[in-house]
Design a protein. Structure first.
Length: 189
């Protein structure tokens, strides 16, 4: 992982591990304060860390508690295409709330294969697993291919609110209308 930080016209890179992070922060604060202000370096580090963590704590959903992987999943059904080979997602507008666990059940009732592609959406969720037949896939998922009559279940927890495009990436399918929108909200009004 590479992290570039540049708030006060200085940059440093952190590759991995806590010691390099701490060392890089100490060096960065030392660049700002100078070599003769050792105690102020640590005060600055603590202040920097507090300001970095506080916005995340404020923005974190307050309704999320416990192990999200144990939370009962809310089931949402989506068809990729139709039995009459219409090129569309049914429904084509999906709504999710951050911090809730979902089981997205995808099925393909058509006679041709389709893709469920929503990369930005996939980057904004925690994927627990995808199950299809007797196979379970874990890790980052960006698109699913469903062959005719196939079914897959995607279990995930939305993390990042936003509106994300959905499409089938088979040439001509999105242009024919096989698109949609996935909305993730915080659930607060």
């Amino acid at each position: 992982m590479r992290f570039i930080f540049s708030p006060l016209s200085f940059e440093f890179a952190i590759w991995n591990g806590a010691k390099p992070v701490l060392h890089a922060l100490r060096q960065a604060i030392g660049c700002i304060l100078g070599p003769n202000q050792r105690d102020l370096k640590w005060i600055g580090l603590l202040l920097f860390m507090g300001l970095s963590i506080m916005p995340a704590a404020i923005a974190a959903p307050t309704s999320v508690t416990g192990d999200l992987s144990k939370q009962a999943a809310i089931e949402v059904q989506v068809s990729l295409g139709t039995a009459t080979d219409e090129l569309k997602f049914v429904p084509d507008n999906l709504e999710f709330v951050t911090g809730k666990r979902y089981k997205l059940v995808l099925n393909n009732p058509s006679s041709q294969k389709h893709y469920f592609t929503a990369k930005d959406f996939a980057d904004g969720i925690w994927s627990q697993k995808v199950e299809a037949g007797k196979v379970e896939v874990k890790g980052a998922i960006h698109e699913l291919e469903l062959k005719p009559t196939a079914t897959a279940e995607w279990v995930f927890v939305p993390i990042k609110p936003g509106s994300y495009p959905l499409r089938c990436t088979i040439p001509g399918h999105a242009e024919a209308g096989m698109t949609g929108v996935i909305n993730i909200s915080t659930g607060r009004k």
